[in-house]
Design a protein around this ligand. Sequence first.
Ligand code: SF4
Ligand code: SF4
Length: 276
Amino acid sequence: MEYPFFDEPFFDEPMVGFVRGDDPVFDQLKDIIGPHHFTPREIIGWQAENNGVKPPEPEEISVVSFVMPLTRNTKQDNAAATDWPSERWAQTRLLGEILSQALVREIVTDLMGRGILAVSPDVTPMFNKKRYPKVGWASPWSHRHIAYAAGLGAFGMHDFFITEKGCAHRLGSFVVNLKLVPNRRRPEDIHAHCLHYQGHQCLKCAKRCPVNAITAENAHDKETCYKKVAESLKYCNKHYNIFIYGCGLCATGVPCESGIPKQLLPLSKYPLTKSG
Ligand code: SF4
Ligand code: SF4
């Protein structure tokens, strides 16, 4: 991190998951998110065309997803905040994201240098967030849904992605022309790790939200959330001297912050897909 947290790391030990490019989950994502969401075949097809080579078949492709958990310091600071993101959180949103993109770019460049076609959708010109009729603000490659496909976790009421190391993290992913063996099994229920969805009392995330964007009736209202997050740009600029927006108050100081809530363990109680 930068001043005043010189030399602190942004992230703890990452987790990695692999999923086959021909897993039917990618067609389901087109239905759930919308037709604008790329399949691995479409995105690597773009890279193949750019490089003048034949696009690989879906069964020759894999997707690699990784989770980089935020540090305890960052989570503690944000958990103590009540209106705006903490400084460590804001730095991680800006500089941690730059680090994450640089990392994935390096991996893709290294693979391509070895003659292995690879692409990270969010460092291509096609990656930009837009407002879609069915899902509101969304991107054509959702790292969270890719992480779900790779068996790394499930979604909470707050729409953050709850992994074994919690929901406070940055996610990344890339597509590669290699057959990698899936190493995790995804839960059938996309909300398998959220107390509220599993019939337990919680909604701590709703209590943490300063603009009531999370309610039992409507789950996560993305528009209300988006407005609050957009407003934080001025706050971060004025107080932290960096140009970034963020919030994450509902992802910290809650039972799913740093792991799967203990009431939902062991995971073997919950149905898992075979293909994950
Ligand atoms: S705080 Fe509770 S209700 Fe909210 S996402 Fe986490 S487990 Fe679910
Ligand atoms: S990220 Fe959105 S939903 Fe969560 S606390 Fe902030 S404004 Fe509320």
